[in-house]
Design a protein around this ligand. Structure first.
Ligand code: THU
Length: 140
């Protein structure tokens, strides 16, 4: 279901705020994510880098992981904020697959640029013809 203008404003604001929590001393590329649950909660995340570079984690996966361990399973929308000039940056491939696990193809993703503007896409647009839980063989 589409978000109301108020929900969009609130969610994108949370993503921008979450960006300020990024730990990114190596890339200096801040990313904030905010996840709206169907119950109306907003769970935030930011990228957390590591001196062993590949160990760092993206904002989107921090947000989804935090939401999942808090008991949330149903999500309405995601917003991702960076400091880039328009067009806003889009989630990396690993995050697209991570998001795939918990969302339907029409799940809306708001991509917020460094000027505070946004564009909207869907999980299905970002990861078409994807692999998900239903593709796994049932346990024997
Ligand atoms: N990053 C994210 O947090 N999300 C993405 O979808 C793309 C990249 C982070 C990882 C790293 O900390 C920094 O941005 C530069 O790649």
């Amino acid at each position: 279901m589409a978000l109301s203008p108020t929900e969009i404003t609130t969610l994108t604001k949370h993503a921008i705020e979450a960006k300020s929590k990024a730990y990114c001393p190596y890339s200096n590329f801040r990313v904030g994510a905010a996840l709206l649950t169907t119950s109306g909660d907003i769970i935030s995340g930011a990228n957390v880098e590591n001196a062993s570079y590949p160990v760092g984690t993206c904002a989107e996966r921090v947000a989804f992981g935090t939401a999942i361990v808090a008991g949330h399973r149903d999500f309405k929308a995601l917003a991702v904020a960076t400091d880039t000039k328009p067009p806003a940056a889009s989630p990396c491939g690993m995050c697209r697959q991570f998001i795939r696990e918990f969302t339907s193809a029409d799940f809306p993703i708001y991509l917020v640029d460094g000027d505070g503007g946004y564009r909207v896409t869907t999980r299905g647009e970002l990861l078409p013809d994807s692999f998900g839980p239903e593709n796994l063989l049932p346990p024997s």
